[in-house]
Design a binder for this molecule. Sequence first.
Ligand code: XUL
Ligand code: CO
Length: 438
Amino acid sequence: MAAFPDIPKVQFEGPQSDNPLAFRWYDPEEMIEGKSMKDHLRFTICYWHTFRGTGSDPFGGGTMLRPWDDGSDSVENACNRARVAFEFFEKLGAPYYAFHDRDVAPEGDSLATTNSNFESVAAVLKEEQQRTGIKLLWGTANMFSHPRYMHGAATTCNADVFAYCAAQVKKALEVTNDLGGENYVFWGGREGYQNLYNTDMKRELDHLAQFFHMAVDYAREIGFKGQFLIEPKPKEPTKHQYDSDAAACLNFLRAYDLMDHFKLNIETNHATLAGHTMMHELEYAGMQGGLGSIDANTGDLMLGWDTDQFPTDYYLTTQIMLVLLKYGLSPGGVNFDAKVRRESFEPLDLFYAHIGGMDAFAKGLKIAAAIRADDALGGFVSSRYASFDGGIGKQIESGAVGFQELEAYMLEKGDVTPNQSGRQEMLENVVNRYIDKF
Ligand code: XUL
Ligand code: CO
C-alpha cells in the first residue's frame, strides 16, 4: 500500500508556480555548464533524519506522525520502512540516498543477529534500487549511539570495543559495496575527548589512523572502488572532536599517510559550529584536492548546536555552488543531512522540506553559473594578485629569490607600489545583482 497516496510525483513548474508541491527551480534536465542539473547536484536523501527521526529533543519525546511505521524494532518493520523510503525518493525524483547501518536495520542481541538483520534489510534495499534506479551515494556505520561506544569507537580505551567497531565497519563496507555505494563515510561520532586527565590523545589518534588503514585494506580486498570520506565536525558530542574542521582532518590524513584514500564530506552546520563559513571549509578542502561530498543543511547562528535545518538561503547555496562548480563534486553529492522541525510532524512536511532544499540549491547553481559565465568575481581575484604574475612577484612564486634578494630589491626601490582597494562591498553588490537576475 502506498504511504503517500495523495502526493503526486513532484514536477518542475518554473519560478511562477505557486504549487507548494512543485519545483520552481530544480529542473533535472536543464543544462548548466554542459551538464544537467541532476548530474551537478546529485541530490541525496538521508535515511536517518527522514525515516528514523522522531522529533524528540532533550525536553520531550517524539512528535512525528509516520503511519507506515509500527514503532517496533522488528526486521519486518524495517523492510516495510525501506519500501516507503523508496516511494518517497521516487516521488521527489532524488537520484541517491545514504544510510547508517543502524538506521536501516535493527541491532540484535548479538553481532551475528545484528549482521543478519542488516543483510535482510539490505536485500530489500537492493530490490528497490533495481526497481527504481535510485542509487546509494554512501553508507556508514553508526558507532556512537550504542552505550558500548561511550569512550569512542576507533579511539576507545577498550580494545574489545575497537574490535567490535572494526567488525561493524567490515559489514557496513560489504553491504555498501554490494549495493554499489559510490562512497563510504566516517563521521567521527564519539571520536574525541572531554578531558586530558584521562586521555592519551596520541595513542587514540594512532589507533584511529590504524583503523582507517584497515578499512582501506579491507575495501581493496573486497573490490570496493568507492571514495572514502571523513566528515569534519567540532565540539559535539565531545568537547574536542578529533575531526574538528577541514584543516584538522587534512592534517591528520597527511600525518598518517591517508591522503590518497580519503576526501572530506563537508557539512554546513558543522562548519558553523567550527566558527567557519561553509564556503571557507569547501574552499580549504577543494584547494588541497580533498573536497569529496557535502551534507547540505544549515545551522542557526543564535543556537550553539547542530540544528540540522533544511537549507533555504540563496546566499548560502550560491556560495556553496561557486565552490562546487570550481572543484567538481562527483562521486560525492548534495546530501540533505537535515531534519524537519519537531512541530512539522506530518509526512507532507518531509516533501515541503526537501522541495525547498532542492530548489534553493538549484537556484544557487544557476546564480553561481551566471557569475562564473561573466567571470564577475574570478576576474577581480586574478587581477588582485597580478603583481605576482611578473617582476619580483613571479620570482617569489618560482622560488628564484630569498630574503637577501628581496632586501636588495626593496633597498633599491625604496618603498612599495601603492596598495589597491579590496572592493569587498562592491563585490557583495555584484553577488546581489546576480541573485536579482533570477
Ligand atoms: C552528525 C552527522 C552525521 C553524519 C553521518 O552530526 O552529521 O549524521 O552525517 O554519520
Ligand atoms: Co552529516
